[in-house]
Design a protein around this ligand. Structure first.
Ligand code: CAA
Length: 286
């Protein structure tokens, strides 16, 4: 049983469903909230698919996968979060959406001790805390995609987060989720995206300029630098809409041109070519 026995996750998309799986596999009772019953079913489908993959690779017993799924409720109402000890928000990377969620969920949590965390990559944690009514119990807890595989979690306290909140979450992440936390400051991009996003956007600019093919840009970084995947394939994995939103938030904060999404990225997002999740980005997917 987790020290946060009852946890909630808002959003069941790419990141949300991965986080739900991580928390349920760590033994927590999880409520996953989506915007509609249909979206909640789709989230259940994503978690089930991922668990099936773990079973087929011999990483998980079928009975354990069944038990993990039984620990998760997929719902379409935020009210189901009222009794949670910890809620991780993993909604789309949009400031207004997140502010509204923190306002509503901060007010409906029963326990004064309950903690609200955001998986945002770039939106100021301090603003989410300010509207939540519990600014000392709000912080950033940033997972990486695919969440069940990636070991890293960035911990981001804001100016108003209490030391006690940070230390409770740190213990939970490292001892119960088995992840490796690093501490970052509440600035758009934190540590990893501050370095990763300008690199990915530079690769897109290189491709846009006709400098090299997508396959050669990616092969260059895989074979030349030992990266597990090239920057265009990784952009497709992250989701081009998400990458664009993160770049925009970082540009908004620092006015650094390297963070500004190039026109090709804008056009691909407008066209619905969002990467793996829509079946087409820089590459086609089944
Ligand atoms: N969900 C769950 N598990 C997955 C998975 C997924 N979507 N994709 C792969 N896996 C698992 C596989 O089951 C396999 O597990 P086992 O080794 O236990 O059998 C393992 O990962 C390796 O998978 P594959 O053999 O199929 O493929 P691979 O060796 O090419 O690895 C990868 C796939 C793990 C995605 C690897 O290519 C990789 O690490 N890529 C880089 C990912 C990365 O950089 N992520 C960070 C993105 S940035 C971010 O998330 C932050 C942000 O805010 C934008």
């Amino acid at each position: 049983m987790s020290s946060f026995g009852k946890v909630g996750v808002i959003g069941g998309g790419l990141m949300g469903s991965g986080i739900v799986e991580v928390l349920a596999r760590a033994g927590a009772d999880v409520v996953n909230v989506e915007v509609s019953a249909e979206a909640a079913e789709a989230a259940r489908g994503r978690v089930s698919h991922s668990l099936r993959r773990a079973v087929s690779r011999g990483k998980l017993e079928q009975s354990d996968a069944d038990a993990v799924l039984e620990r998760i409720r997929f719902v379409d109402s935020l009210d189901d979060l009222a009794d949670r000890d910890l809620v991780v928000e993993a909604a789309s990377e949009d400031e207004e959406t997140k502010l509204e969620l923190f306002r509503r969920v901060g007010a409906l949590l029963d326990s004064d001790e309950a903690i609200l965390a955001s998986n945002t990559s770039s939106i100021p944690i301090v603003k989410l805390g300010a509207v939540s009514g519990r600014p000392d119990r709000v912080m950033g807890v940033h997972f990486f995609n695919p969440a069940p595989v990636m070991k890293l979690v960035e911990l981001i306290p804001s100016l108003t987060t209490s030391e006690q909140t940070l230390e409770r979450v740190r213990g939970w992440v490292s001892e119960e989720l088995g992840k490796q936390p690093i501490d970052a400051t509440d600035r758009a991009g934190f540590i990893v995206n501050s370095l990763l996003v300008p690199y990915l956007l530079s690769a897109i600019r290189m491709y846009e300029a006709g400098y090299a093919s997508a396959a050669d840009i990616d092969r260059g970084m895989v074979l030349g630098c030992g990266h597990p995947m090239g920057p265009l394939a990784l952009s497709d994995l992250i989701g081009l809409d998400t990458l664009k939103a993160i770049g925009e938030s970082m540009y908004e904060e620092f006015k650094e041109p390297l963070y500004s999404p190039p026109p090709l990225l804008d056009r691909m997002v407008d066209a619905g070519l969002l990467g793996q999740k829509t079946g087409h980005g820089f590459y086609p997917y089944d």
